[in-house]
Design a protein around this ligand. Structure first.
Ligand SMILES: CCCCC/C=C\CCCC/C=C/C(=O)SCCNC(=O)CCNC(=O)[C@H](O)C(C)(C)COP(=O)(O)OP(=O)(O)OC[C@H]1O[C@@H](n2cnc3c(N)ncnc32)[C@H](O)[C@@H]1OP(=O)(O)O
Length: 208
């Protein structure tokens, strides 16, 4: 459950203003912080559940994909919509999605930057359950977690971390490479132009 300033947003994803005209003194910290959050959450030895009580685009969807189980409240949207911004979901965003939905669904979703409604997300397996509201999402999360009381904690932890091993190992070994790819990608004029257009679209939507 994320604690957010908007009651209808679980997480709006990465701050686009950090990628639009990125400041050289901030960009490294920005990206390595995201890598570290992913490593900590995707690689957590604890069982994790995302109670998604709001819209969850891109980085927001990624946060929920780090968890083993996703419960979402109705009438929100979720997905890795990066291509809609003219950017590309990094390899580890993609592998997080592939841990939840079949390759074919992921390919269609990622290439089109599709955002799914709560019901559509349930249908393709991007979320596991629908909750009627925030309290129900918390109750359902507790129910999911309680099943592990009967499972040996070391057996559960090693099983989870073995399943996630190759993605985690890739990141641990390639943090610097991934950072350099990010910096050179967002620095391209064509990418900056796309982000500018996307931000204008957000402002225009708000002005209506
Ligand atoms: C070849 C290999 C390449 C390797 C990869 C390299 C690099 C790229 C990877 C980068 C990965 C990126 C991940 C991301 O997370 S990108 C961010 C994606 N997020 C979005 O698209 C969200 C856009 N926002 C919305 O859809 C909506 O705002 C909403 C979250 C559904 C909320 O809607 P609503 O409540 O109606 O609020 P408003 O639309 O009116 O927005 C309020 C203000 O917030 C600003 N806003 C919203 N989201 C963001 C954001 N993510 N970053 C910065 N600002 C954001 C919006 O502009 C409004 O601002 P204002 O009040 O100042 O006008």
């Amino acid at each position: 459950m994320s604690q957010q300033s908007s009651p209808t947003v679980f997480s709006a994803g990465l701050d686009i203003m950090e990628m639009y005209k990125p400041k050289p003194d901030r960009v490294k910290e920005f990206w390595t912080t995201l890598q570290d959050v992913w490593l900590a959450l995707y690689g957590s030895s604890f069982p994790t559940v995302a109670a998604i009580n709001g819209h969850s685009p891109a980085g927001g969807c990624l946060l929920s994909l780090c968890c083993e189980y996703r419960i979402m409240c109705p009438n929100y949207s979720i997905g890795l919509n990066e291509t809609k911004l003219g950017i590309v979901a990094p390899k580890w965003f993609m592998s997080s999605m592939l841990g939840a939905i079949p390759y074919r669904e992921a390919e269609l979703a990622l290439t089109s930057g599709r955002m799914f409604s709560t019901d559509e997300a349930l249908k393709i397996g991007l979320i596991d359950e629908v909750a009627s509201d925030k309290a129900d999402a918390i109750a359902k999360s507790e129910k999911f977690l309680s099943q592990f009381a009967k499972i040996h904690p070391i057996a559960r932890k090693l099983t989870k971390l073995n399943l996630r091993h190759s993605a985690l190992e890739w990141m641990q070994e390639n943090k610097e490479l991934d950072l350099n790819i990010f910096i050179s990608f967002v620095g391209q004029p064509i990418v900056q132009k796309s982000l500018e257009k996307y931000l204008e679209g957000l402002k225009a939507k708000q002005a209506k």
